[in-house]
Design a protein around this ligand. Structure first.
Ligand code: MN
Length: 380
C-alpha cells in the first residue's frame, strides 16, 4: 500500500547522480525490467519512524513453491526464501535461504513474473504485519512477528553460505496442534450384493485404480498406498496438488486412476499398471505424458494440525469440498445421497467396478473395516 508520507530521501549509499542504491544492485542485476512487472529497485525508502517495522510473507509459485520472508530494514527488505514456509512448532526448524535484498516497494507486491524470467511464477501476499527486531548479529536475526496469520518469536541463523534456518522460539500459536502421524492407513468397506437403501447413505462410484492417502505439508506431498507403499515417485503430476494446497496441511483419502486425454477416469482393468511400476521421477514424467493419471479425493482425515476422523462423514465431506480441489491431475468427484441403485446402474454403464456407500453420520476409522462403509462390487 503506497504511503504518501514515505518520501524519497537520499541515503548514504545511494549514488547522488543516478539515484541507484548499491544494496539493490544484485536485485536489479537478476531482473530485466522490460520483461518483469516487479518494482525496478532503483531507489531506497527510509524506514518509518518508531521501532516497529513492516514485514510480509509472499507465497511464490515458482519452479518450486516457496514462501519469501521480507523484513523492512534500513530502507530495503531483508529477504529469505522458505521452501516449506514458516515453522509452526519449535520442534521443527525449517530452511530459509537468504536471497538478495529487495526494494521496499516489493513488500506488498503481488503478480505474475513471466515464465523464463528470474523467479518466474505467480506471487501473492500470504501474510503481512509488523515486527520487532530483538537481536541482530552476523548470521543471526531474532524477531517478533505480529502478522495476520503468524505471530511469535523467531530466530533466523546462518548454517552455511546462503543457507539459514528459521526456528520458532515460542510455543505453537495453536496449543493443540500436532504433527501428522505416520502410518495412517485407509478405511475399508464390507461387501454387499446391493447398495443399502435410505437417506442416511451417500454413494460414490467405485473407481478402478490405486487407493492412496495423500499428505500435504508445506506444499510437500507424499502419497502412500493402502499397503504402505510409496506412491509419490510414480505420480509427479499428482504431487503438484501441493501447489494448490500450499500451506494448508491436509491428509486426503482417495484413488489414483488412469485418465484419458480428456481427463476422464479409464475403467479398463490394468490401465494404471504401467504407471505403478515406475520408480524414478524422470521415468514417471516421460510416461505421464502418454499415460496420464489423476487423484480422486473421497475423504479428509486431517486438516491444519488436527484429525478430522472423529467428525461425521457429512462434516468431513463439507470440509473436503471447501478445499475446492480442482486441478489438472486432482479433483473431488461428486457423491449421491440416497438412491444407491441408480448409482450402481451408472457404474455399470461406465464400466466401473461398483459403488461405495457411506453412512453419513459415521466417523473415519483409519486402517479399519466397519459396516459404516459398504462396497457393492460389480462382476463383469
Ligand atoms: Mn521467491
Amino acid at each position: 500500500m503506497p504511503d504518501p508520507s514515505r518520501r524519497l530521501v537520499a541515503v548514504r549509499s545511494v549514488d547522488a547522480v543516478t539515484g541507484v542504491d548499491d544494496r539493490l544492485a544484485e536485485y536489479r542485476r537478476r531482473r530485466d525490467f522490460a520483461r518483469t512487472p516487479e518494482p525496478s529497485g532503483d531507489r531506497r525508502e527510509p524506514d518509518p519512524p518508531g521501532d516497529r517495522r513492516r514485514f510480509s510473507i509472499q507465497q511464490h509459485d515458482a519452479t518450486r513453491l516457496h514462501w519469501d520472508l521480507r523484513l523492512e530494514h534500513e530502507g530495503v527488505l531483508w529477504s529469505w526464501a522458505m521452501p516449506r514456509g514458516v515453522p509452526w512448532s519449535p520442534d521443527e526448524n525449517r530452511l530459509a535461504v537468504r536471497t538478495e535484498d529487495h526494494p521496499m516497494q516489493y513488500l506488498d507486491w503481488q503478480g505474475s513474473i513471466p515464465a523464463g524470467e528470474y523467479g518466474g511464477g505467480h506471487m501473492v501476499v500470504w501474510d503481512h504485519g509488523t515486527y520487532d527486531l530483538v537481536e541482530h548479529a552476523d548470521g543471526k536475526v531474532k524477531i517478533v512477528l505480529d502478522g495476520g496469520r503468524v505471530q511469535g518469536r523467531f530466530a533466523l541463523f546462518r548454517t552455511r553460505g546462503r543457507d539459514w534456518m528459521i526456528h520458532r522460539m515460542d510455543p505453537p500459536q495453536d496449543p493443540d496442534r500436532r504433527f501428522v502421524p505416520d502410518g495412517l492407513r485407509p478405511m475399508g468397506a464390507v461387501a454387499a450384493e446391493q447398495p443399502p437403501e435410505g437417506d442416511g447413505w451417500a454413494h460414490e462410484l467405485r473407481w478402478r485404480g490405486a487407493r492412496a492417502l495423500l499428505t500435504n505439508e508445506g506444499g510437500r506431498v507424499t502419497i502412500v498406498g493402502a499397503d504402505g507403499s510409496d506412491l509419490g515417485p510414480p505420480f509427479p503430476e499428482v504431487r503438484r496438488i501441493g501447489r494448490q494446497l500450499a500451506a494448508v496441511e491436509t491428509v486426503l483419502d482417495g484413488v489414483i486412476v488412469a485418465v484419458d486425454g480428456a481427463g476422464r477416469p479409464r475403467s479398463e482393468p490394468g490401465a494404471l499398471d504401467r504407471r505403478l511400476g515406475l520408480s524414478s521421477d524422470a521415468g514417471a514424467r516421460r510416461v505421464a505424458a502418454s499415460d496420464p493419471a489423476a487423484f480422486l479425493a473421497v475423504d479428509l482425515l486431517w486438516l491444519e494440525g488436527h484429525p478430522t476422523w472423529d467428525l461425521a462423514w457429512a462434516e468431513r465431506r463439507t470440509l473436503l469440498e471447501e478445499l475446492a480441489l480442482d486441478g489438472p491431475a486432482w479433483r473431488t468427484p461428486s457423491v449421491h445421497r440416497g438412491d444407491g441403485a441408480l448409482v450402481l446402474v451408472a457404474a455399470r454403464d461406465q464400466g466401473l467396478p461398483g459403488v461405495v456407500s457411506k453412512w453419513i453420520d459415521s466417523p473415519y476409522r483409519c486402517g479399519a473395516t466397519t459396516d459404516a462403509w459398504v462396497e457393492t462390487v460389480l462382476t463383469t
